[in-house]
Structures are given as structure tokens and as C-alpha cells.
Design a protein around this ligand. Structure first.
Ligand SMILES: [Zn+2]
Length: 297
């Protein structure tokens, strides 16, 4: 099943829907950060939820969701552009909780005890730099349920967010995905409640674990619903670059650059969001220094 995000609405009851299959994205994120079990599930759930909230919101700019935890996971962050570029990280990368009683190794796993207490905050930044930020306390630390709780409490829009990441016996990621259901102004609340009960009956988990496509999941969960927007393929892609690092170094004064060149040490800047190491060599530093010197003379 390829990654795909579908947006639609139920016909007569006017409820906004989005389904996202995110297996490749979550695999790429886990590989970039070298994540184990619980940490991979936590970031996978947050990346999937962030894409659903950000892209279905029809807002230009970037949406970020951050969980600040006082428990072992410490911090989880993800952001998404309106075009579906996602990045993020989890502070504690090596958490692997054992199974809870009656839990299936390959089913939905409980991660709340590693996350709660804390808060979830959402920042929506427009393309001109203006932003809106709000936060709510974590509800149960399961990440997707915390985002669900945020939308219902802080945005005060009746919503359902369910996301998951499933592992195999070797802790590898086998499937990831999720959905968002959100009331429109003329929705009936009982229709949202009915959909929530249907999802929580386990059908979404089953469809994701069977590696069904986003189209199949959409049709199975929301029979009769129609797609309303162009399809999006969100991908793991950071907005950092070596040229941004070089631009920052260009702000230093000539003497500082000369000092770095004299020490013959390349500059290494690691991007926390995607774990990429950008290296500016001594010869590149020298070119920077010379261009500044000639610009000043
Ligand atoms: Zn980066």
C-alpha cells in the first residue's frame, strides 16, 4: 500500500473526512532517527496526525504539533507544509516498552505511560509568518487521542483522530496510517458519535494491518462518501539544507571565519528535525571568508 492522503465528505450529513496511509513516511522517519519500538510508534502516530490536521485544514503555511512530556519520551515534534512535506523527531529515541497484559505484539500498543503527563500544543503558521498557537494538557498520552482531545477542547470542533503504527516481532514497522473526522457547521453530533464508535470497534486497525490502500479504507469506513479535494502524497522531507547553514555562517564577521579556517576544522551542523549532518569544509569556509573580505574592500 503506497502512502496517500484522501480528503472527502459524507454526503447528506456534511462531515469532513481524511484518510492517510503513511507506512513509507513512518519507515523513513524511523530510519532517519534510528528509532526503536515505543519511540517509533510515538513519532509515527504524531507524524500521521500532523499530516491529517495540517493538510485537511486547507490553510496555507505550516502546521506543527508538539508534545512536551514530563515522562520518559520527553518530547515529540512534527510539522507539515501545505504541500505535504513532513519532518519531526522524538527526544528519547530508544524507548521500547514491554507488552501490557492482554496486548498483542502486532496490534495497537499502549504508549501512554511513557508520555503522560505533559501538554500538546499546535502552531499554525501562515505563509506570511503570522501564527496561531494553543495548547491543552495531554489526555492519556497515546498521542493520536491527545490530538483528538486538543481539537475537541481547544478548537471546539467535534472531531475524531485515530492514528497508529504497527510493528512486527523484530520491532520493524509494518504498517502506519490514520484518519480524521471533523464536524462541519451543519453536521449532526450524533453522526460523529456513530462514526467514532465504528472506528473504535477496531475496523481501522484491522484495515491498516491488512495493508489496505487509502482508497479501500475510505470506501470501507465511509460508504457513500465522496472525495472533495485533490489527493496528496505526503513525504518525509526536511526543509533544512547546506545552503541555509552556509547563509548563517555568512553572517559571522571575517575574523571569526578566519579563526575557523586557521583551526582547519570543518563546521558540522546537525538538523535535529531530520538528523542530517551538514558539513562545511575548511576550503568552503575559506571561500566564504574571501568573498566577505572582497565585499568589504
Ligand atoms: Zn533537517
Amino acid at each position: 500500500m503506497d502512502d496517500l492522503l484522501l480528503r472527502g465528505s459524507t454526503g447528506k450529513t456534511h462531515i469532513e473526512l481524511a484518510v492517510f496511509t503513511s507506512t513509507q513516511l513512518v519507515k523513513d522517519a524511523a530510519q532517519a532517527h534510528d528509532l526503536t519500538g515505543t519511540s517509533a510508534i510515538a513519532l509515527g502516530r504524531l507524524l500521521t496526525a500532523t499530516a491529517l490536521v495540517g493538510i485537511s485544514g486547507h490553510r496555507p503555511g505550516v502546521t506543527s504539533i508538539q508534545i512536551l512530556s514530563q515522562s520518559r519520551i520527553q518530547q515529540i515534534f512534527a510539522d507539515v507544509t501545505e504541500h505535504g512535506w513532513l519532518r519531526g523527531y522524538v527526544k528519547n529515541r530508544t524507548l521500547s516498552h514491554p507488552l501490557f497484559l492482554n496486548e498483542d505484539l502486532e496490534g495497537r500498543r499502549t504508549i501512554g505511560p511513557a508520555v503522560i503527563p505533559g501538554q500538546v500544543s499546535v502552531v499554525r503558521m501562515g505563509d506570511k509568518g503570522e501564527y496561531i498557537q494553543s495548547a491543552t494538557p495531554l489526555y492519556n498520552g497515546e498521542v493520536d487521542i491527545d490530538v483528538d482531545h486538543f481539537l475537541n477542547q481547544s478548537d471546539q470542533v467535534a472531531s475524531v483522530v485515530r492514528c497508529d503504527t504497527f510493528l512486527d516481532r523484530q520491532q520493524g514497522i509494518v504498517a502506519a496510517g490514520g484518519l480524521l473526522i471533523r464536524a462541519l457547521p451543519d453536521s449532526r453530533l450524533e453522526d460523529i458519535t456513530e462514526l467514532r464508535e465504528k472506528i473504535d470497534g477496531g475496523l481501522l486497525s484491522q484495515l491498516l494491518r491488512e495493508r489496505k490502500s487509502a482508497t479501500e479504507i475510505f470506501e470501507k469506513l465511509f460508504p457513500g462518501a465522496k472525495e472533495t479535494d485533490p489527493r496528496v502524497v505526503p513525504i518525509w522531507r526536511c526543509r533544512c539544507s547546506k545552503s541555509k547553514v552556509t547563509s548563517t555562517l555568512r553572517m559571522l564577521d571575517v575574523m571569526e571565519l578566519a579563526d575557523m579556517v586557521a583551526k582547519d576544522q570543518p563546521v558540522e551542523v546537525r538538523c535535529e528535525l531530520c538528523n542530517t549532518n551538514h558539513i562545511v569544509s575548511t576550503s568552503e569556509l575559506e571561500i566564504l571568508m574571501k568573498s566577505k573580505t572582497s565585499a568589504q574592500s
